[in-house]
Design a binder for this molecule. Structure first.
Ligand SMILES: C[S@@+](CC[C@H](N)C(=O)[O-])C[C@H]1O[C@@H](n2cnc3c(N)ncnc32)[C@H](O)[C@@H]1O
Length: 279
């Protein structure tokens, strides 16, 4: 791939999704674009990029952006955020806003394992919400992963990653090679195609936001912009959970890191007042 093609694809990718690909990741671009070129019956990535540039081919550009998203995820990934939800966030919400509807957002939900983990956890232990109704909204930029999430069909490999056997047996049925998640759990999550670069005001306000393992793909300004707009969509009090390699520190001051629960952030103004303590 020549420099001009690389620059074209990476700048379009950043403009459309926020994802930044440095020159050191040329191999990544090539390995993700080669199958597209082949599928389109083209000889090379060069031909693919020329076609997109020449024809301003929106369909192909969208296919390229989709291919450049990294969709790695699994059930109860990292475990800690789910523990924080159980031991810190829900008790604080139960205490401060008893009985009130709890709205949870999974920003960049990929194939659904994260929101479904939350839905299964709450279904297993209804006392966690103190009887309050819960709404889980899960968004991603990729229709491909959202379609898979909505279908709730997972391979043997996918259900073996992170899902306790009892949870698997309770909520899934085996259908040939795949495992199907129960309609009950599927109905608890609403999936939407939302680009985190776009306004999020129509989503309404949330009490808990999981935004995990997506900010790592963005530059500082994009992280800042997304976190600020997420904070505007959050109630008082409300809580943000980031991925293990992500932080708000040095990025925005609209969230304060919780001192006792690593990776948990409280919307500023609510920090200290939510009164979260180690259980
Ligand atoms: C690595 S997955 C994270 C999945 C899940 N949150 C987890 O931690 O397991 C990152 C997801 O971010 C999505 N993504 C990337 N850029 C996005 C954007 N601008 N808006 C919404 N989603 C985006 C990708 O499509 C991908 O599914």
């Amino acid at each position: 791939m020549n420099d001009a093609d690389f620059d074209f694809v990476t700048s379009e990718l950043k403009r459309r999704s926020g994802i930044v690909i440095g020159k050191d990741k040329m191999y990544l671009l090539e390995s993700r674009l080669s199958p597209i070129a082949r599928k389109e019956g083209l000889e090379s990535i060069g031909e693919l990029v020329s076609l997109v540039r020449r024809n301003r081919d929106e369909r192909l550009m969208k296919v390229i952006v989709d291919a450049m998203t990294t969709n790695e995820t699994f059930f109860f990934r990292d475990k800690t955020p789910f523990d924080h939800l159980e031991k810190a966030v829900l008790p604080a919400l139960r205490e401060k806003r008893p009985g009130q509807r709890i709205r949870i957002l999974c920003a960049a939900c990929s194939t659904g394992q994260e929101p479904y983990s939350i839905a299964m956890m709450l279904d297993q232990n209804p006392a966690l919400t103190g009887g309050a109704p819960v709404e889980i909204t899960a968004v991603d930029i990729s229709d491909r992963v959202l379609d898979k999430a909505r279908a709730g069909l997972y391979s043997q490999f996918e259900v073996q990653r992170g899902l306790p056997i009892r949870t698997l047996m309770t909520y899934f049925t085996q259908q040939g090679d795949v495992w199907k998640l129960s309609d009950n759990i599927r109905s608890k999550v609403q999936f939407k195609n939302v680009n985190l670069l776009d306004p999020m005001t129509t989503l309404g306000k949330f009490d808990v936001v999981f935004c995990r393992n997506v900010l790592i793909y963005f530059d500082l300004q994009t992280k800042r912009d997304i976190l600020q707009r997420l904070s505007a969509q959050m109630n008082d009090p409300s809580f943000l959970l980031l991925g293990a390699a992500e932080t708000v520190v040095g990025v925005v001051d609209s969230f304060a890191p919780n001192k006792e629960f690593r990776g948990l952030y409280e919307k500023s103004g609510t920090a200290g007042r939510a009164g979260i303590r180690a259980a």
